[in-house]
Design a protein around this ligand. Structure first.
Ligand code: PMP
Length: 400
């Protein structure tokens, strides 16, 4: 058989996608699965966004767009960065891609050479690791300790930086822990990074609008303008505006980096779907009030889930202030057996047994680089969350 590229060695299928697929398969066999694995809002895309897309299609906005994004969308993004983040980017310092994921892909492919290192505060969204490896780089994990609320300790960051470090990838509010970085947290990270001018810094702000308890979101380039010429500020409409399927991500960054990424994208995919671009303009320039209402709803769900999980002996759950995930500690469940005689040696064993024996889909902590934990997405209705937590409680209570 003809062969495959070495660059795919060690590249995994996303664990949350694999779990969501497995849950769908079990559902098609007639099982009632409680789905808590998928990282996507259950809210609909707002009507005015959909209307803008229909209007774009009808009015003939159907030709090849500029590779880096239509001027109207880059203008809307420019205004968003100014309005919400106090950041000014020129239009040629902004790039639009097929989701934040392609922005990150472009960045890794445009900058990494074999031997380069990408620092990932851990746990991390699994795709960073695989995208870094696709770019030929080596992943360097920096543990964000649970006892520190999964925050990145500046001394741990500093210890991980070497002459080979190419990127530091920050993601607060974080997937999978929901941890946020305060202005002070970012200032202490900035103090370290100012000392290492050879390192690019990515801040993935995709969960920016999903913050609770009056948490005030800041992004690194805003907090430390002296870093702005090395920071890639990544964002997108997927999570904030419930637009995961439209595939619109964007970034602001130094002109030369954005040009290199655009070059990469130009050969891979060109400019993104024009209809989705019109939809994203409507999302970014239209009413923003509903973002707060949705965040308030997520906050209620967070409180519900954290409360129910902490009532379960054997599970410890922190209270994150952002995103829509919790990352409970299941140390006390490790080494035990299920009623059917399966031993729980790892968090993968835990989530597999939970799915097969109680039909609850979650994701193993191993996928995010820190064990033994598991990730629950609470981007679903409260009845589903109650039922999921009830089954998790039954499952954990049955372990011997
Ligand atoms: N960054 C993080 C931290 C995410 O959790 C996700 C989605 N799971 C993405 C980026 C990708 O977003 P997009 O839909 O814009 O590609």
């Amino acid at each position: 058989m003809p062969g495959f590229a070495d660059r795919l060695n060690g590249i995994s299928v996303s664990a949350s996608a694999a779990m969501t697929d497995k849950a769908s398969e079990l559902r098609s066999q007639g099982l009632k699965i409680v789905g808590l694995s998928s990282g996507e809002p259950d809210f609909p895309t707002p009507d005015h966004v959909i209307e803008a897309a229909i209007e774009a299609a009808r009015s003939g906005d159907t030709k090849y767009p500029p590779q880096n994004g239509k001027p109207a969308l880059r203008k809307a993004i420019q205004e968003k960065f100014l309005r919400e983040n106090n950041l000014h980017y020129d239009l040629d310092e902004i790039l639009v891609a097929n989701g934040a994921k392609q922005i990150i892909f472009n960045a890794m492919m445009a900058t990494c050479n074999p031997g380069d290192e990408v620092i990932l505060p851990t746990p991390y969204w699994i795709s960073y690791a695989d995208l870094a490896r696709l770019g030929g780089a080596k992943v360097v994990q920096v543990p964000c300790r649970p006892e520190n609320g999964f925050r990145l300790a500046p001394e741990d960051l500093e210890a991980a930086i070497t002459p080979k470090t190419k990127w530091l990838a920050l993601n607060f509010p974080n997937n999978p822990t929901g941890t946020c970085a305060s202005k002070e947290d970012l200032e202490s990270i900035a103090r370290i990074m100012l000392k290492h001018p050879q390192v690019w810094i990515m801040t993935d702000d995709i969960y920016e609008h999903l913050v609770y308890d009056d948490f005030k979101f800041y992004t690194l380039a805003e907090v430390e303008p002296r870093l702005k010429d090395r920071v890639l500020t990544v964002n997108g409409v997927s999570k904030s505006y419930a637009m995961t399927g439209w595939r619109v991500g964007y970034c602001g960054g130094p002109r030369n980096l954005v040009a290199a990424m655009n070059n990469m994208q130009g050969q891979a995919t060109s400019g993104i779907n024009t209809i989705a671009q019109a939809a994203a303009v409507a999302a970014l320039t239209g009413p923003q009030d509903f973002l707060k209402d949705r965040a308030a709803e997520y906050q209620k769900r967070r409180d519900l889930v954290v409360g129910l999980l902490n009532d379960i002996p054997g599970i410890k759950c922190h209270t994150p202030r952002g995103a829509f995930y919790v990352y409970p500690d299941i140390t006390d469940c490790i080494g035990k057996q299920t009623t059917s005689g399966r031993t729980i040696d790892t968090d993968t064993d835990f989530v597999m047994a939970l799915l097969e024996e109680k039909q609850v889909a979650t994701v193993q902590g191993t996928a995010y680089g820190l064990s033994p934990f598991f990730r629950i997405s609470y981007a679903t209705d409260t009845d589903t969350l109650r039922e999921g937590c009830r089954r998790i409680a039954e499952f954990v209570a049955s372990l011997r």
